[in-house]
Design a protein around this ligand. Sequence first.
Ligand code: CDP
Length: 795
Amino acid sequence: EDGGPQPEKHCGHGRGGMGEEVKRKEDQRFITGRGNYVDDIKKPGMLHCELVRSPHAHARIENIDKSRALDVDGVVAVLTAEDLLEYDLATMPTLMDDTQDVLVNDKVKFQSQEVAAVIATDRYTAKDGSQKVVVDYDVLDPVVDAEKALEDDAPLIRDDIEGQEDNHCLDWETGDEEATAEAFDEAPVTVKEQMLYQRLHPAPIETCGAVGDFDPGKDKLTVHMTSQAPHIHRTLFSQVSGIPEHKVRIVSPDVGGGFGNKVPIYPGYVVAAAASYVLEQPVKWVEERSENIQSTGFARDYDMQGELAATEDGEILAVRTDVLADHGAYNAVAQPSKFPAGFFNIFTGSYDIDTAYGSLTAAYTNTAPGGVAYRCSFRVTEAVYLIERMVKVLADELEMDPAEIRRKNFIQPEQFPYESSTGWNYDSGDYEKALDLALEMADYDDYREEQQRRIDEDDDKLLGIGISSFTEVVGAGPGKTCDIAGVEMFDSAEIRVHPTGNATVRVGVQTQGQGHETTFAQIVAEELGMNVDDITVEHGDTDTDPYGLGTYGSRSTPVAGAAAAVASRKVREKAKAIAANELEAAEEDIAWDRESGEFHVAGAPDRSITITEIAAGAYMNKPAGEDPGLEAVNYYDPPEMTYPFGSYIVIVEIDRETGEVEFEKFVAVDDCGNRINPMIIEGQIHGGLAQGIGTAMLEHVTFDDNGNVTGGDFMNYLLPTSMEIPEFETGHTVTPSPHHPIGAKGVGESPTVGSPPAIVNAVVDAMAHGGISHVEMPMTPDVVWEKLDEAGLSM
Ligand code: CDP
């Protein structure tokens, strides 16, 4: 009723509400070694599962001989597709309605695909047994490249789909093709660039795992699993197994990072649950690192052509893009069902561009399925990369300052709410303000001078300055447009205030390290005038938590965060009735004061009562006609998504002799609307920037022509360490979301989304005077040196 907190106004009631740097409640257990991850779960009589995986990328299975494995002392069972067929569990639906083998029934479609499962009394025996399963393969030619997969003579991968004659997976388009073509024909300036957003792996520290625990006494299946979306997983488990949903419980305990990798359902989960059901004993499956990289959901793999049409003074008239997407062996991308290319059509970015057109073709290849939203809102990362790279290409073509060209094309603050030419409704933004702050923090003008000096003096080290002024779209739903497997994308929060004045809050989203146990408590503390220490946040158990769609695409704050605020306000309404009773006043005379957190009689501030006193009243002295208790639940269907944004400026030094890139300065200015916990936000930004550096500089899942994953372990898939990460300088602006109950937008993925183009723009910028317009990621020294050489700048 008071419109919610205003920007930056509510820091410091001292109760740990909005804007306070409350230390993370969950860290107590994490830093004292008391976290409880799936692999920490031990059940009496628990068996262990090890999967037998195919060494080939494309092969027909001719025979599986289990006998030698079954001879191993301690091996209890060996399961193959044939066994699962008996229970109708041989296949499972993917999130995009494709059908994936749980264990390969006929033909292997990617290296490391699950072929058999060995169940044994301990993990080592299970592993020994798995090595004794003999599988006869008829090896077929694989195809691991999307372009080659679409050639006429490519081997057909999906012969299991009726009528499928080639490796074509889907086509998609957006925008106005004709009007865009016209704009390009008439434009005085056009630029074009081909760029690959390479295949990445989200690489959470904890790999995926599950403990299936069927209780024949209660006829109930509990699955403890590394899940970013426990409720939707419960629904899918029930649908696939036929076990009624109220007899399925998914528990997602502490999760050691998800980044989108723990959104899909993997065969290992299903096998652990099915084996437990059949054997009536708990069964644990935990994958190894290389299994995680080689078989679970990859991210990106978009080969994009970008084009911009502009005037000579840099006004962007149109944008066009064409994408070739690699979806792997199954269409298992994790995104709302109606969005086959995710939110890629936000490729007009932060700019007011009248005309846009995008098209995409996706192919099946003999590689693991994926296309998960790796710390990303469903392909917004690819879209941001495209537009932020293209703006730099255009700036270089026109010899314009890349800051200036952005300023010229930004959507202006007064244009919000803004509808983009591809149909997005941006809620709020002030892009120039964020850019100006970043430019100032980065000493932009001084570095431009220094850059020129080095060119003039033929310095051994080149300087490059890269900018990215990105806009994100986070917080899916609304339910009318966004659903997962048919379930609308809302989220939820339930608050129970106990008689002694403290509260339990349960949310439908699931933290994987983002600090939800702290920040959701802060929202409730703010809205109810409670102390943050008096609030416990629970999540990850479908038996107790309200239904929610899970945590990915930075949707927790925009959706479940909103639900927490609305549920708090419902509690506040009831609290007013109790306050009136306690203060012997009329209910309409009771006002709530955000500053003190107390309820008082209007015009008589000294006649006041705290939420703790009200809680006691709710259970011990309830007003006549009121139900006892003080609790509320809210299922929140967001009216729109939220659009956080930022400006990142990266300054790099490039060694002309070795191609090595060093970060000289890294500035990140973010705007996520009203901020719940600035310290947690800072942590989120640091982590995401590190991942952005990994993307730009190191990471790539690669394959050889035989379909072997050559980037399938941490020796070959290089993650950045503290050695590669520079000091970050962070700043922020605050542009609240007008439709969110507390004015907040998401933030978790902004740095991963926004930083790769800034880094690539910086490296390109250092070589632009040599005619270089693009450098492919990952920009390892050899890649950079080749470009230096091409530009005549190598030494
Ligand atoms: O969905 P996910 O938790 O990954 O992303 P998020 O909603 O962007 O939130 C990431 C973390 O930052 C959470 O702990 C949020 O509560 C916190 N956050 C914040 O303090 N203020 C905001 N305006 C947005 C997020």
